[in-house]
Design a protein around this ligand. Sequence first.
Ligand code: SF4
Length: 325
Amino acid sequence: MNCNYCEWRCSLTRGEGRCRMYTFKDGVIQEKYPFTWSRCQAEEIEKVPIFHFLPDERILQLGSFNCNASCAYCMNASIAEPQQELATFVLQPEQVVTLAKRGQYKIIHFGINEVTVSLPSALKIAALARQNGILTGCSTNGFLTEEAAAAAAAAFDFFNLSLKSLQDSFYRQHLGLPTVAPVLRNIRYLAQHTHLEITTPITKDNEGEIPALAAWLASVNKKIPWHLFRLLPAHKLEHAAPPAVMTLVNTVTALEDKPYYIYIGNFVGSKWVNTHCRHCGETVITRLSDGACGARLQANYLKQDLCPHCGSRQDIVVEVNKCTA
Ligand code: SF4
């Protein structure tokens, strides 16, 4: 029996799969650690980063552990590749939803590690959250199977997908994944079916790919917000120098074929975390980059989703019709 959550499609007949999170038991694929988490914390949606979906909303963020990839520069390696036993806890769907309601969180987000390795748990929580008028979203490396991506797109209200490169060789060398093809396929699918933002961690090894990545994303949909994440040395690349800020800024400034909204973050004081109206250029949202992932919202000048200067509708979700059962 092969696992169908990600494109490794591991055989589970003789034990656990590559991520060590699934097993084949009683004739079905099962999670080894259902509803088991390593993190449950409060965040702001801009820290995911998600900049174009309910700005300034607080999120209840859940993370499990382990991963289906092995990124050389993983910033959460102690959770994605734990070397020793990790402190974990169980929160059933009812408990998560109760926590969210008690804390008045409108959004539950599955992040920290790869959502695919705990997808059945996340989907069950998302279903119960929806019944209770709570939105859900996730962060993913996008290596899901087609069927898992479809199930996730139906369940979650937004995605941040990390596209690291367009090259199979980069995925093999830096992520331990055999190919980028399923990631590109899933981006095309998710862009049509849900709210999608893309993050690309930039190292010196892929900064030359920025123009090609920009053109590819623009060919999918120019409205997809693109977050360039200046990767600081971490994990197996802890001795690698980060890309120079000015190199990134100059490269992005010179782009011709590109998405409308490009953000550059992960360095203190970045001006590239603000949103400008793509029609008149007016700044419609300002954010503060504190040097870590994402940013914090400073001021939102939008009138509903309209530019206060030219009155154009913006590509930002400011309201969601919460679907309840
Ligand atoms: S989710 Fe885990 S067990 Fe399933 S195919 Fe991917 S790596 Fe293998």
